[in-house]
Write a protein that binds this ligand. Sequence first.
Ligand code: M6R
Length: 611
Amino acid sequence: MCGIVAYVGHRQAYPIIIKGLKRLEYRGYDSAGIALLNGDLSVYKKKGKVSDLEDSLDPKDLESTIGIGHTRWATHGEPNDLNAHPHYSSNGQLAIIHNGIIENYIALKKELESRGHVFKSQTDSEVFINFIEQIFTDLNCDLEEAVRIALQKVVGAYAIVILDKNAPNQLIAARKGSPMVLGIGDNEFLIASDATPIIEYTKKVVYINDYEIVSIKDGELSIKNINAETTQPYIQELDLRLDAIEKGGFEHFMLKEIFEQPRSIADCLRGRMNAQTGHLVLGGLIEYNNKVMNANRFLFVACGTSWHAALVAEYIFEELTRVPAEVEYASEFRYRNPIVHEGDVIFAISQSGETADTLAAIELAKSKGAMIYGVCNVVGSSIARASHAGSYTHAGPEIGVASTKAFTAQVTVLTMMALLIAEKKGTITAQRFHQLITELENIPAKVERALKSNDYIAELASEYVDSTNALYLGRGVNFPVALEGALKLKEISYIHAEGYPAAEMKHGPIALIDENMPVIFIATRDSGYEKIVSNIQEVKARKGKVIAIVTEGDTLIPTMADHIIEVPDTDELLSPLLNVIPLQLFSYHVAVLRGCNVDQPRNLAKSVTVE
Ligand code: M6R
């Protein structure tokens, strides 16, 4: 969590840093700050959004061609001005921005206090910069060396950038476990948590690796590892358009991203599948083809919405490949002693590619000999790089904290993967294979049709805006869609919501049902249709309010539900790709009507890079 931006070059640093922080605000938004160097090393920081910081400053007073900035998601110490970054070292010579957690900061703090350091904040980051300052003073070395020695002693995760008052053209940065991208322009450098603050100025980037220390001094770049060995930067050309990270006329990023799904699913399929020719290929698979085809078990690790996509995949993989599939919360998996064999293939699913628990689960599975297949959206992300092989979802940047288009893209990639394996293993007939890839190709147009209910859903939302609870029920492959619908509602509207397999309702949740309880059924025509109809009747018998997602033309459920939302007919296995759309729209409109900050819900951050 937290976003960092740094600039050194020939332009004014302040506007570049402020704009960059706004683009990174999805990573954390409880306080923001910048430090600029122009003779003095000046720090400006404030509780609240980047715009609150901006409103408190006058750019005329902020002339400088070097600076660092931070937008925070609090870990150590409540969100307030003092805990906001950047942090000075005790002697005021250094300032740091830090994304991550220093786990041994209490011991370091005690040692530093005994040597006279005084701390103003409750953060581990202030301890970190004082630790560096102490080494810098004790050894009388250069700052890069002091940072290198400090990094050998700190335990935890970090992406840091440091300014030194006495070095007006120098930035020192380092990373372990938290993302960092370096942009290389003409006589200018940018450093950020992701590429979005960088693309306006340069497309040339280097993804900094763990344990690398970046030093930019007087326009010269050098990168060394923690053993002081020089490493050669691998410069890549970014394939990211500026309009992809702007709102494009929508009121919120979330709405834009919901409406982008016909395009993002099509992008995900593009070049990989052609129903006419029967062609289906995933480039990332080639080298590890045998390993995947001969897997004894597929294990999916993920968190949040990506975990829901993995649950959908579990149904699809088992149905099509007939190989056992299991889904694990990465955060649980990593702290057990899980049984993992060499014959297992682990799918790590992550939009950001930076989720700390998923990354740790990968490392654990790797240490037990498993092969890791990453399914990530962010190109060059840590999970993409830690995987043996993988497929990108190509959904484009997802800025809204609530994940929408990433979910449908993940399900699309995983469906293609299951089809590919099934075809190679011969566990699917040619006719069924052709039927499914033809229907998968039709999905973008059908999503477009499902989106046409937007105005109706906005009206419907106004009836439920004051609800305090909601129950989402689905069966089979649509049970994870119920979980996803509930997560969307709770995370952006703060209404308590639960997702359940519809058949489980009788084992407890039915006790909650009364005339105030909205129950959202995923009730499209599939093998569980009759059972869902019975479940709807059970809720109606107890006066619950039923909103049902139904297949276009359904005539039965409209006679019993309070409201219906239609989606186009499709194959049961692909139905989550359509059924999730009205649930995303419903949560969006409820949250907007409740006056919630849809793109930046309270207490959340887009990438959970701490455990
Ligand atoms: O970037 P990831 O897909 O690894 O993120 C996983 C979860 O943190 C994420 O899906 C989270 O649950 C979202 N806020 C859901 O909308």
